[in-house]
Write a protein that binds this ligand. Structure first.
Ligand code: CA
Length: 220
């Protein structure tokens, strides 16, 4: 299991990242301080660092510079609330591998995380399968039995989330947070709507409604 260090001082975003990355099968450690991030980010301990630029005690750019100076090659994805080009350029020059501008959707970050981990040789499971339903995370193709199903990006993310948690009841809020992101309106009914799309494409029994609790993809 790939280990990810998250250096971010905004609790709402930290929680969002932690939840999403764990749901995607990664193990995470979070810190909210630049000095601590710089001392913990070692190749032997982590496979990836997600680094906010605005951190207390030591700025993200300086964290990055310190890590690289020490010779660590850990891949780093920078998070920045500042969309100004110069911050991004400074980050990349200081040795970041990629960057994501806040606010971002979780799947956008996850895609970048996967690219970084893949290029480091941590090949993850490429086909998720539960019962008749399978999903190839490289080709993004879903199938039910012998039948291939075309999914939109959002349907794909939703199905992937279910497949990574077979038999587990996932609440509307969990699904909103994982698939749609932290800045999504909690009162929205998109989860219901998209579960409906999945049922239409994959078959009615694929996703169960668990009354007053959420949804579940049954394992058998
Ligand atoms: Ca910050």
């Amino acid at each position: 299991m790939a280990r990810i260090l998250i250096a971010e001082d905004e609790p709402r975003i930290t929680e969002f990242l932690e939840k999403g990355l764990r749901a995607a099968g990664y193990s995470t450690v979070t810190v909210d301080d630049g000095e601590i991030a710089a001392s913990l980010a070692r190749d032997d301990d982590f496979d990836l660092l997600i680094l906010d630029l605005g951190l207390p005690s030591l700025d993200g750019i300086d964290v990055l510079a310190r890590i690289r100076k020490r010779g660590e090659r850990i891949p780093v994805i920078v998070l920045t609330a500042r969309s100004e080009v110069h911050d991004t350029v400074a980050g990349l020059e200081a040795g970041a591998d990629d960057y994501v501008t806040k606010p971002f959707r979780f799947e956008e970050l996850l895609a970048r995380v996967r690219v970084r981990l893949r290029s480091e040789g941590n090949e993850e499971q490429t086909v998720l399968r539960v019962g008749d339903v399978s999903l190839d995370v490289r080709t993004r193709r879903a199938s039910v039995g012998e039948r291939t199903v075309e999914l939109t990006a959002r349907e794909y993310s939703l199905l992937e989330t279910f497949l990574r948690h077979p038999d587990q009841v996932l609440s509307r809020e969990q699904l909103l947070s994982i698939v749609w992101g932290y800045d999504f309106d909690p009162g929205s009914n998109v989860v219901e709507v998209y579960v409906g799309y999945l049922r239409k494409k994959l078959g009615n029994g694929v996703v169960e409604t668990v009354r007053n609790m959420g949804y579940r993809l049954p394992a058998a």
